[in-house]
Write a protein that binds this ligand. Structure first.
Ligand code: SF4
Ligand code: SF4
Length: 362
């Protein structure tokens, strides 16, 4: 009852296939045969043939980072993410989801977000001078809690470019974490609907999403789940490229050698790989990592870090080795949770794109 015909077709193809096993960032660090698309498909195919769905199976379902590397790698066009999300919905509905998932969901329900309240004086000072409403709304998303320096730098960049913009005083949670944790469950849809109502009430024309997580859920789930936003949604790098090309912002190239970690939501789900690169190349010398762009290996960003920080730490440490081997001294990220994940690993200096750009403005 939880799986669509498309899910069942994907499951029955993936369970006989192993062709994306080598790109799974979770499998790379656990070495477990359970951590890839085929293993999950095998488990769910058993359930679809009458075997009980057990807590052990649900645990494996939640060990997927939903990074989409398997989908990008799949030559035959299968996408294991929808059946994985439906398997999460089933696990919650049948009461077999891991305890840490239920605890996280309780926290989100209680606090309205998975993240602690933001208490950053520097950010508060930057936001204090902004208008209540404007044609451009900067949506901070999880950046404010996870990587406040990127939020501060983003606000300063827009001010420097002369953009009149607003930031909501009580920004709702965008719902990306809930969508990952629950799949397309009605409870998650209701949260998106409520957030869309609040955001639409601002009456803005353009929403600039600082976090790729917010950009992705606004552009995908909000539309697909019937919670449309009445404004055009742009990612932060794409918006900054427009400002730069219009002459509102200028950067100086210092020749600093850096590398760049593509966040999977930006690169694979929104197919945005060039905007950050154009900006980085305007400021320094970009050295690419092993598997980058749409083929990037996740550093453990996204929702998985909220409930399996052990896996995120391992993925970040593995990815940091790829970054070190470029010879760069700095790794740039365009995603708050990527920044936080990579900072848990020893190696290069990790810098949010917004901070790097602000340092290079002239
Ligand atoms: S996603 Fe494609 S490559 Fe991966 S297991 Fe399924 S069919 Fe094979
Ligand atoms: S979505 Fe990512 S983490 Fe999940 S199975 Fe595919 S490659 Fe592995």
């Amino acid at each position: 009852m939880y799986y669509t015909d498309s899910d069942k077709r994907t499951i029955d193809n993936c369970r006989f296939c192993f062709m994306c096993r080598h790109v799974c960032p979770v499998g790379m660090v656990t070495g477990s045969e359970a951590n890839n698309a085929r293993a999950r498909a095998e488990l769910i195919s058993l359930v679809n043939r009458g075997f009980p769905y057990t807590a052990d199976m649900a645990e494996v379902v939640y060990e997927c980072a939903l990074c989409g590397a398997c989908t990008t790698q799949c030559c035959t066009g299968f996408d294991p993410l929808p059946f994985t999300k439906h398997a999460r919905m089933a696990a919650l509905s049948e009461g077999i989801a891991p305890a840490y998932i239920n605890e996280l969901l309780d926290r989100i329900e209680e606090n309205g977000s998975a993240y602690p309240a933001v208490d950053n004086p520097e950010l508060a000072e930057e936001l204090a001078s902004l208008p209540e409403k404007a044609d451009v709304l900067l949506f901070l998303g999880n950046a404010a809690a996870v990587c406040p320096e990127s939020a501060v730098a983003a606000v300063r960049l827009l001010k420097k470019a002369g953009v009149t913009f607003a930031v909501m005083k009580e920004e709702p949670d965008c719902g990306m974490d809930l969508a990952d944790l629950m799949g397309p469950a009605e409870e998650a849809r209701q949260v998106l609907l409520a957030a869309a109502e609040k955001i639409n009430a601002v009456g803005t024309k353009t929403i600039v999403a600082l976090s790729p997580d917010s950009a992705k859920v606004f552009l995908r789930e909000y539309r697909e789940w019937g919670a449309p936003l009445n404004a055009e949604v742009k990612t932060f790098p794409a918006f900054i490229v427009e400002l730069w090309k219009s002459g509102a912002l200028n950067f100086k190239n210092t020749g600093e050698t850096v590398t760049y970690q593509d966040p999977f939501r930006l690169a694979r789900e929104l197919h945005e790989t060039e905007a950050p690169r154009e900006l980085i190349r305007a400021c320094g010398n970009l050295k690419e990592m092993y598997r980058h762009g749409e083929e990037a290996i996740s550093c453990g960003e996204g929702t998985i870090g909220l409930y399996r920080p052990d896996l995120t730490a391992k993925m970040a440490a593995r990815r940091m080795k790829d970054a070190i081997s470029t010879g760069a001294m700095t790794i740039i990220t365009a995603c708050p949770t990527s920044c936080a994940a990579l900072r848990s690993a020893e190696g290069l200096t990790v810098k949010p794109l917004e901070v790097f750009l602000l340092e290079h403005t002239c």
